[in-house]
Design a protein around this ligand. Structure first.
Ligand SMILES: Nc1ncnc2c1ncn2[C@@H]1O[C@H](COP(=O)(O)OP(=O)(O)OP(=O)(O)O)[C@@H](O)[C@H]1O
Ligand SMILES: [Mg+2]
Length: 461
């Protein structure tokens, strides 16, 4: 904290007292402001940053000392109040203490008592400020640390290097719409965040939205907001995603699954850069970047008339495709090391060694759940391991079932089917557990079961 002189507000109805105090305190190097009533006191509090208020508790007027104190503590919480009173009433003193008075000087006072109280309070302010600064400093560091972990896009393969390089170029143009494609768990959301935080919009919000999670009846008001009373449940004005993301980035996840009816409204909002909340006659101007993501082939959906071609053109000024992990085995080791380090530091454990055959095996594994699956594997292995070394056993890798090179076929579809069947067998047909084991969502598992025509019987063994 700097050694700037403290700002002191002296409140007393007698001008003689305030001017005498001002004279003495100024001589001591304090900045002094005088008020002879509550109204002028609050005017000063509103316009200056006051450190200490010397408050005469017997002010005439419509507010008594306790009421003034309460309002100061409520509206100007950083100001400390020293109570000055001729009243001996212990109840008032106790009440004032409860309301947060820091010190008490009895009237009539001599100037040294006042100075003593101010100096003591000044010391206290100095300490609490130093503490607050330290706390802010550390919370800033930990916030940065946390977000930098989520903002690292790990990978050394040519495919990933190309994607990250493109992402940096795209980030520099703060208005360009970006479409990120890639299978489940390839890191589409991580990449979207990286673009946001590398752009000029980084100080404004990054708002991720998955429209498939919102009931269709609410979708318009969730996106564009609503006015109080616009419909029965609209008890308050509500900001929509567009307004929440204003200035920053709106991340539209699973864009291919967006209801057709919303697609036209979304296109209009993107083109006009304006939205109108449900039930409001007014339009709000918005300025944001839209990043969308999908694991589907939008071109196919356009053919099937499930996705609007005009919206597709609007969202993909740039397309970034993240290749599946099985196509970039070089990334397996750095990713695994990264996850092990992050997870160990979170759990405050020392980092174990990784057996070299673990990496060899993982590099030949097909990873239907991509990087998310690898992360889940690392998490499970750390729980199972002895703490010193991560071995094949900890990864529950079965050479005969999941290795893509050692299986009879290199056909991806067939291997995917086989892996899913293995996972179902290992979990006795429990879809939730199987999806978790595979590192994919339950919906994604269902979709794949349909695709491969796998029928589940709980007795699979
Ligand atoms: N290159 C990477 N570097 C570091 N972590 C990554 C990388 N790619 C993915 N991850 C991690 O993998 C997990 C899945 O990433 P993310 O949620 O971004 O995938 P996604 O493509 O959006 O998946 P989905 O299609 O299922 O929504 C996260 O835990 C993320 O931190
Ligand atoms: Mg995602």
């Amino acid at each position: 904290m700097t050694n700037q002189p403290l700002n002191i507000l002296v409140v007393d109805d007698e001008i003689r007292i305030t001017s005498q105090l001002a004279h003495h305190l100024s001589k001591r190097g304090f900045n002094v402001f005088e008020a002879n009533g509550s109204a002028s006191a609050f005017k000063i509090l509103a316009s200056r940053s006051i450190d200490i208020v010397l408050l005469d508790f017997m002010l005439p007027g419509d507010m008594n000392g306790i009421q003034i104190l309460k309002k100061i503590k409520q509206d100007y919480a950083t100001a400390e109040v020293i109570m000055v009173s001729g009243q001996e009433d212990i109840d008032i003193v106790i009440d004032a203490q409860r309301q947060g008075v820091i010190d008490f000087v009895r009237k009539p006072f001599n100037i040294s008592e006042i100075i003593f109280a101010i100096e003591r309070t000044g010391k206290y302010l100095h300490l609490t400020n130093a503490l607050k600064n330290a706390e802010n400093h550390y919370s800033l560091i930990s916030r940065e640390l946390e977000s930098s972990i989520e903002r690292e896009f790990i990978g050394i393969s040519a495919g990933i290097r190309k994607v990250t390089e493109m992402a940096m170029r795209v980030a520099a143009d703060q208005d360009a719409s970006v479409l990120i494609t890639g299978e489940n768990g390839t890191g589409k959301e991580v990449l979207a965040r990286i673009i946001h935080y590398a752009s000029n919009r980084k100080k404004k919000p990054f708002v991720p939205v998955n429209s498939t999670a919102i009931p269709e009846t609410l979708i318009e008001s969730e996106f564009f907001g609503h006015k109080k009373g616009a419909f029965t449940d609209a008890k308050e004005d509500k900001k929509g995603f567009f307004e929440l993301a204003n200035g920053g980035t709106l991340f539209l996840d699973e864009i291919a699954d967006m209801p057709f009816s919303l697609q036209a409204k979304l296109l209009r909002a993107m083109e006009e850069r304006r939205i109108s909340p449900v039930g409001s006659g007014k339009e709000i101007v918005v300025d944001l970047r839209i990043i969308s993501a999908t694991n589907k082939l939008i071109e196919k959906l356009i053919e099937e008339q499930k996705f609007r071609l005009d919206l597709f053109h609007r969202i993909n000024t740039f397309t970034l495709h993240i290749p599946p992990l099985r196509e970039r085995p070089d990334d397996v080791e750095p990713l695994l090391r990264h996850f092990v380090e992050v997870l160990c530091s979170k759990k405050k454990r020392s980092i174990p060694e990784i057996s070299s055959n673990v990496i060899t095996h993982l590099k030949s594994y097909a990873f239907p759940g991509n990087v998310r699956e690898l992360r889940n594997m690392a998490e499970r292995a750390l729980i199972l391991s002895d703490g010193r070394q991560l071995t094949i056993d900890d990864f529950m890798i079965k050479n005969d079932t999941i290795s893509k090179t050692e299986s009879d076929t290199l056909n991806l579809d067939e291997n995917e089917k086989m892996i899913i069947e293995t996972a179902l067998r290992q979990t006795a047909g429990n879809q939730i557990k199987a999806a978790d084991l595979l590192g994919i969502s339950r919906d994604s598992l269902k979709h794949r079961l349909q695709k491969h025509g796998i029928v589940i019987s709980k007795t699979v063994e």
